[in-house]
Every structure is written in C-alpha cells, then in structure tokens.
Design a protein around this ligand. Structure first.
Ligand code: HEC
Length: 158
C-alpha cells in the first residue's frame, strides 16, 4: 500500500518534469525567430553556461565568437560577431531563439542549430546505407541552452 503510494508520487514527479521540457520539434518561434518559453522549464545557470560556451565538446561557441569576459579562454574565433554586449543588445527571448535555431533569425546562417533533430541530411546514408535511424540527438540539451542563454545575458558593457 505504502509502496504504491510512493511509486504513484514518483510517477507524478517524473511526469511533471518531462512535461516541462519542450521537445526540439515543439519549439515555438516568434515572427523574428525569438522563443518565449524556457526549453527546460528551469532557469538557466550562467556559471554552467560559461562552460557550455567555452568547451569544445559542448557548444564550442568560442570557436566562432569572441567574448571579452572570457579572457582566460584561448583562441576566440571571428566567424560570428563579438558577443561581449549581448545582455545589453538582445532580449533573452531573442538569444534563446538564436541558439535553438539561428536560421529562424538569420536566414541561411552558418551558425549551427543547437536544438534541432530533424530536417538534416542523414550522414552516411549515401555511402553505407547505415545512417542512424530515428531522431538524432540535438547538439545541446534543453538545459545546456538555458544555461548558455543565461550566461550571454550576463555579458554587458559595464
Ligand atoms: C560556425 C560558427 C558559429 C558557431 C559555432 C556559433 N555561432 Fe553564433 N553566430 C554565428 C554567426 C555567423 C552569427 C551572425 C548571424 C548570421 O549572420 O549568420 C552568429 C550570431 C549569434 C548571435 C547573435 C548576435 C547578435 O546579437 O546579432 C548569438 C547570440 C550567438 N550567435 C550565440 C552563439 C552561441 C551561444 C553559440 C554556441 C552554443 C554559437 N553562437 C555558436 C556563427 C556561429
């Protein structure tokens, strides 16, 4: 009896948690590519987001964007604009939309869509016929994106 009550409570918690995460296919973009709703249902952690931004195996955003506030991180790229003032010049909704899928804001952008799992040409199909089946994982998780967005919103001139 008690066990049943506990597992029912756990199922409820799990259900709530997964309902809050927006799946890549369900992201709602506004007219200018902005995204109003948190993808994870949780606030972002700017400290973790700094890591996502600077780490090669995560967002590796620094390979294309310079950020003055990351003076300890070597080799900032110049493919994209410097982001040292993003917190002054962009809203959180705009930044979330750009990171989720930059092509919704900048048509034909070379910036990768970090929260997208469909509409790609399957790597490997033409050569081996062994392309992965089913959905590919997005480049970043919903929480990684919220974290990197929170980090970008801290980047201000003063
Ligand atoms: C392959 C290079 C590349 C990578 C990697 C990349 N970006 Fe970009 N990004 C661009 C380019 C280029 C633009 C300019 C928009 C355009 O014209 O395509 C841009 C634009 C932006 C902008 C808008 C700047 C503004 O205010 O106009 C933000 C914010 C941004 N990127 C964040 C990120 C974050 C966060 C990551 C990592 C998760 C990232 N970018 C990874 C190339 C890149």
């Amino acid at each position: 009896m008690r066990l049943t009550a506990i597992s029912a409570a756990l199922a409820l918690v799990a259900g709530v948690a997964s309902a809050e995460t927006v799946a890549p296919a369900d992201v709602v973009f506004g007219e200018y590519g902005e995204v109003a709703q948190s993808l994870s249902g949780q606030p972002g952690d700017a400290e973790r987001g700094r890591d996502v931004f600077a780490t090669k195996s995560k967002g590796n955003c620094v390979s294309c964007h310079a950020v003055a506030q990351l003076a300890d991180v070597p080799f900032h790229g110049e493919v994209g604009p410097e982001l040292s003032w993003t917190g002054d010049s962009r809203t959180i909704e705009e930044v979330r939309g750009i990171v989720a899928n930059a092509k919704m804001t900048f048509e034909g952008s070379v910036m990768p869509a970090f929260y997208k799992t469909s509409g790609f040409i399957r790597p490997g199909d033409a050569y081996t016929g062994k392309a992965p089946k089913g959905e590919l994982a997005p480049l970043l998780s919903a929480q990684d994106i919220e974290d990197v967005v929170a980090f970008l919103m801290t980047l201000k001139e003063s």
